[in-house]
Write a protein that binds this ligand. Structure first.
Ligand code: COS
Length: 381
């Protein structure tokens, strides 16, 4: 397969890398330490059009597709995984509205989520609905007098949920029908009955915010239903396919950066009278890291190209996410190991990268769930 990028895509890579270097890297350690969402860099991301990737210009976006998302997220992840995650997860909501929304919904919400600078969020997970996404308990009951749905329930682990302006939220409209009884809704911050709860304290990705969301008799106009009634599960699954490619890009970016750091260090660090780069044990580490990362990149870019050509990519999204996530942990671990005691210290970014990389094996579907998805596709179950 030919993965050569267009001139515009190369320019986007350059712009993304420059933004990451100038705006994200300088604050990466600080936002991690302070567990702070960097409002200032998100605003700049929006101004430069990153938050509108994949959305046509007529709705305030900057166009492009999956490859463009992968390029930007990969470059961001090299310097700040938390910011890469914020962008990657923000994009799920506008992409879901673009794919499943009515013209009215697109005109109303997409400009807000793109050039308008509002953060988007995607709320599916609940305390008892993680890997079993169909286990959601949040209900949406129709009130025909007001033509509204009344939402009740709690969502958890929602990236950006507490400060998002527009959210795509899933709730049961037919509780007995499981996957065929879930609907999607577009919720706005400030809707009465909708509030955010606990902000999580996490092992990594501390510069992205993870919130609990609470719906208490939250009235949502029927016009805010996204897609058809009881068809929300497929909207969730298709949105997650795209989101998983974004997580793959996070894993790829952090691995690429860790390799670069490790290689540089092997030439600087002298032990036993020579740079450790001369030791075969170290060379074998670097070889494994480079080979697996190239394989992750090939799988990821192949999947993004497939998605952009309009072909099904559920299996490939699961494969590239799973592979890039396991590789991100593998590579950041070895890069840290090569740095020895220094790698464990906060003076170097590797301990943060190692902590951040771990989440890629868990969110937007665990590695185990991806094996289920892959096996079902391969075994035609
Ligand atoms: N695209 C489109 N449709 C899909 C789909 C996809 N990727 N995956 C499943 N579907 C459809 C199925 O085709 C099926 O449709 P029909 O009822 O018309 O046959 C329906 O959805 C139900 O699918 P399935 O029976 O496979 O559902 P399960 O309950 O077995 O769940 C898994 C499937 C495990 C794959 C799903 O629950 C999952 O992805 N879990 C992980 C959730 C996750 O990633 N959470 C992260 C946080 S998001 S905030």
């Amino acid at each position: 397969m030919d993965f050569s990028l267009t001139k515009e895509q190369e320019m986007l890579r350059k712009l993304s890398a420059q933004f990451a270097l100038e705006e994200l890297e300088p604050i990466a350690a600080q936002i991690d330490e302070e567990h702070r969402f960097p409002v200032e860099s998100f605003e700049k991301m929006a101004k430069l059009g990153f938050t509108g990737i994949g959305v046509p210009e007529q709705y305030g976006g900057t166009g492009g597709g999956m490859l463009e998302k992968v390029i930007a997220v990969e470059e961001f992840a090299k310097k700040c995984m938390a910011s890469a995650a914020t962008l990657s997860i923000h994009l799920i909501a506008p992409h879901a509205i673009l794919a499943f929304g009515t013209e009215e919904q697109k005109q109303k919400y997409l400009p807000r989520l793109t050039k308008g600078g509002e953060l988007g969020a995607f709320a599916l997970t609940e305390p008892n609905a993680g890997s079993d996404a169909a286990g959601v308990k949040t209900t949406a009951v129709y009130d025909e007098k007001t033509d509204e749905y009344i939402l009740n329930g709690t969502k958890c682990f929602i990236t950006g949920g507490a400060r998002a302006g527009v959210l795509v939220v899933f709730a049961l409209t037919d509780p007995k029908a499981k996957t065929k009884g879930i609907s999607a809704f577009i919720i706005e911050k400030g809707m009465p009955g909708f509030s955010s709860g606990k902000i999580e304290s996490k092992m990594g990705l501390a510069g992205s915010e993870t919130a609990e969301l609470v719906f208490e008799d939250c009235r949502v106009p029927a016009a805010n239903m996204l897609g058809k009634i009881n068809k929300g599960f497929k909207i969730a699954m298709q949105s997650l396919d795209a989101a998983r490619v974004g997580v793959g890009a996070q894993g790829l970016g952090v691995a690429e950066e860790a390799i670069e750091m490790a290689v540089k260090y092997t030439h600087e660090r002298v032990q036993f009278g020579k740079p450790i780069a001369a030791l075969q044990g170290i060379q074998w580490y670097i070889a494994d890291m480079a080979m697996k990362t190239e394989a992750a990149k090939a799988l990821l870019y192949m999947t993004a190209s497939l998605a952009d050509s309009g072909k099904p990519f559920t299996k490939e999204a699961a494969m590239c996410k799973l592979f890039a996530a396991e590789n991100a942990r593998f590579v950041t671990n070895l890069a840290l190991q090569i740095h020895g005691g220094y790698g464990y210290m906060k003076d170097y970014p590797l301990e943060r990268m190692y902590r951040d990389a771990k989440i890629t094996e868990i969110y937007e579907g665990t590695s185990e769930i991806h094996k289920v998805v892959i096996a079902r596709a391969v075994m035609n179950k």
